[in-house]
Design a protein around this ligand. Structure first.
Ligand code: FAD
Length: 373
């Protein structure tokens, strides 16, 4: 089959690598000048690896990721360092962490030369015909995959857009320049309208994210100074991680999700995949994992002998069912984690303290199961 893919993000590249390995003729269009990665670290859970394994990509992605996070004590702490939920090393579901740039490189390396075309802004056909138009020149395929991210033009063109919603908080991401900051503890620390997460990377550097409740589009001025003022008195090694991160390695994004999910993930011979279909807040760490699940599901469904329309119908049903729960769950998790009034913070922390670690582990294990088609 000839398949055109719009977007060389994680979703588009996993789909491209999986489909091409199955013998499909694949072209990926990416509007940026290089199909590389923007971003810092990333965590992927067992569901993402089950999906990657199913299409032969588990090995290459494991090779650029680390399982150190799962071997550390993790969970949630208070800014003082007191554990609210303490998950002992090795007791959670599979989780691996990696640098986005290395994930992109590993995926790009799986593609035949010339598959990914950078600097091409692509448009889909409003009627769902499998046609991709770049610079006014249409190209016909058998199927078009729109993996063009949260603000997907394809979703809009197909009449499936319900807008995006500002979640009420902004997130910084950083990677330390130096190594060896973590001994045997990672996880998240929750304050009032503020939290920080710590993740070990494969090369012993540390990926961290800091989240503050803020007005949409707020201007923070000297951002490293703001972070130090807000988190500099929190437990070790948080101040040291901030100090070990060059200001040029800081990224900040206001956090959005889709205001409502599209009524369908399929339009004629076109499919939405990844954030284009179901952008969720990052609070469950499942956005990229779901893009990977989408891609693997599509690859497997196209392997079957059933007609294309039937395969797309199953993709639509199964992926909408799976991602709706996580899109909602991410929103809820973000609200709880960003609680800011003293009463809400006290109630949240009391609830967390009362939760047995086993219950927290079981809840994340339920999420980390890919419903293979
Ligand atoms: C702070 C933060 C932390 C996160 N942490 C995690 C985590 O730990 N684990 C996790 O699983 N997820 C995480 N996520 C979510 C994850 O980053 C996204 O869900 C994932 O990257 C989505 O991938 P995608 O391929 O669907 O979209 P994108 O990565 O947005 O890729 C879309 C691509 O399409 C291209 N494009 C757009 N329009 C066009 C066009 N018209 N023509 C050609 N190209 C086009 C874009 O340039 C882009 O390269 C996090 C998100 C944030 C904001």
């Amino acid at each position: 089959m000839r398949i055109g893919i719009i977007g060389a993000g994680i979703g588009g590249l996993v789909a491209a690598a999986g489909l091409q390995a199955d013998g499909h003729e694949v072209t990926v269009y990416e509007r940026r000048d290089a199909p590389g990665a923007v971003g810092a670290g990333l965590t992927l859970f067992g569901n993402a690896f089950s999906a990657l394994d199913a299409i032969g990509l588990g090995g290459p992605v494991r090779a650029v990721s680390a399982d150190a996070l799962g071997r550390m004590r993790s969970g949630q702490r208070r800014p003082s360092g007191e554990w609210l939920v303490s998950v002992p090393p090795g007791s959670g579901p599979e989780v691996r962490s990696l640098h986005r740039a290395e994930l992109h490189s590993a995926l790009l390396a799986r593609l035949a030369a010339g598959t990914a075309r950078a600097g091409r802004t692509a448009q889909v056909d409003p009627g769902g015909e499998p046609v991709v138009t770049v610079d006014g020149v249409p190209e016909r395929f058998d199927l078009v995959v729109a993996a063009d991210g949260m603000r997907s033009g394809a979703r809009r063109t197909w009449g499936l857009d319900r807008g995006v919603r500002y979640a009420g908080y902004t997130a910084w991401r950083g990677v330390t320049a130096s190594r060896g900051h973590l001994a045997d503890e990672a996880g998240e620390t929750w304050g009032a309208g503020a939290r920080i997460g710590i993740v070990p990377l494969p090369d012993d550097r540390v990926y961290w994210f800091a989240v503050l409740t803020a007005a949409e589009g707020a201007d923070f001025g000297d951002e490293p100074a703001v972070l130090r003022a807000r988190f500099g008195s929190w437990h070790a090694p948080i101040p040291a991680l901030l100090d070990a991160t060059p200001p040029t390695a800081l990224l900040r994004h206001d956090i959005y999700d889709l205001a409502a999910l599209p009524p369908r993930f399929v339009a004629g011979r076109g499919v939405l995949l990844g954030d284009a279909a179901h952008a969720m807040t990052p609070d469950l760490g499942q956005g990229a994992g779901q893009a990977i699940e989408d891609a693997a599901t599509l690859v497997l469904l196209l392997r079957g002998a059933r007609p294309l329309d039937a395969a797309l119908h199953e993709y639509d049903l199964s992926r909408r069912r799976r991602t709706r729960t996580l899109w909602r769950g991410s929103r809820l998790a973000g609200r709880v984690a960003q609680a800011s009034s003293p009463a809400a913070v006290a109630a949240r922390d009391a609830l967390m303290r009362a939760m047995p670690a086993g219950a927290a582990v079981r809840a994340s294990a339920r999420i980390a199961r890919w419903p293979r088609p």
